[in-house]
Design a protein around this ligand. Sequence first.
Ligand SMILES: [Zn+2]
Ligand SMILES: [Zn+2]
Length: 360
Amino acid sequence: MVKSQEHEHPKKAFGWAARDSSGVLSPFNFSRRETGEKDVTFKVLYCGICHTDLHMVKNDWGSSTYPLVPGHEIVGVVTEVGSKVEKFKVGDKVGVGCVVGSCQSCDNCANNLENYCPKYILTYGAKNHDGTITYGGYSDFMVADEHFVIRVPDNLPLDGAAPLLCAGITTYSALRYYGLDKPGMHVGVVGLGGLGHVAVKFAKALGVRVTVISTSLNKKEEAIEHLRADSFLVSLDQDQMQAAVGTMDGIIDTVSAVHPLLPSIALLKPNGKLVMVGAPEKPLELPVFPLLMGRKMVAGSNIGGMKETQEMIDFAAKHNITAQVEVIPIDYLNTAMERLAKTDVRYRFVIDVGNTLKHT
Ligand SMILES: [Zn+2]
Ligand SMILES: [Zn+2]
């Protein structure tokens, strides 16, 4: 007989789960494995709400399994470590992002690119090595192999640090890998949401000149005054867009809705790179001719490896970079999801799991 989620592992756990593609979340009893030799167990204090969570609870990508406990921007405090754990001790501030396992033997893993391992294990809704389902950070505690656990530097506030584990590394890795990290370069950021606003912060800290490209003028003041972007382009304003043609070394496109690529490609200098980090559920139209005329590139990037994720959060600590968050109690979760669907948040919801998750 198949054991229920509540009894398949020895440790009783509690969180909030979606039960079907309505996406409605509610309290859920399940279980987690014992702390293994190389495992770190930690009490979850905060968990960010990523746009992916919204797609997953509603099965927008067709890959969801239920019950689904989302959450892959998880921070907390270590409560137990296995006998062979080397990097962490009880009381340490730690985090887990999008990945909790990989084969650790392929070329990608050997090159610290666990995020591109064909056998990587996502933090929720995926299968563990033992075949059981992974559950994310909308829950009271996590158990993870120390290789997939990140140390959170002391000077970073935990609520604002949580989104760095997905939104932060996604944009940081894209800027670094594609070489859009040289002082004096001009980089555009399309979309000023969870990903976009941290992209601006990282790019500025790297010494890059940043232009935010958005459909709505009402984000201009925020982008310039608060996030310290150098300029702002309204993508629907033909005159503004025309004046900026051919001025950018690269663009980080964070938009997860279907949208045209041509306006962004036009903004690139020759050899410019348009890097997609959002995940629209339908294919986008790719105009090839403008790519040829200027040797331009449209590319993608997905989170980052464990080594780079640690590097990213250490860089964030050094430059005082955190996400701008709206902290919510967990019983506000369904309302938060509805607001997120309307992009009614500046810029990331973070659940105060530590203080508001109550066993029922
Ligand atoms: Zn995410
Ligand atoms: Zn691998």
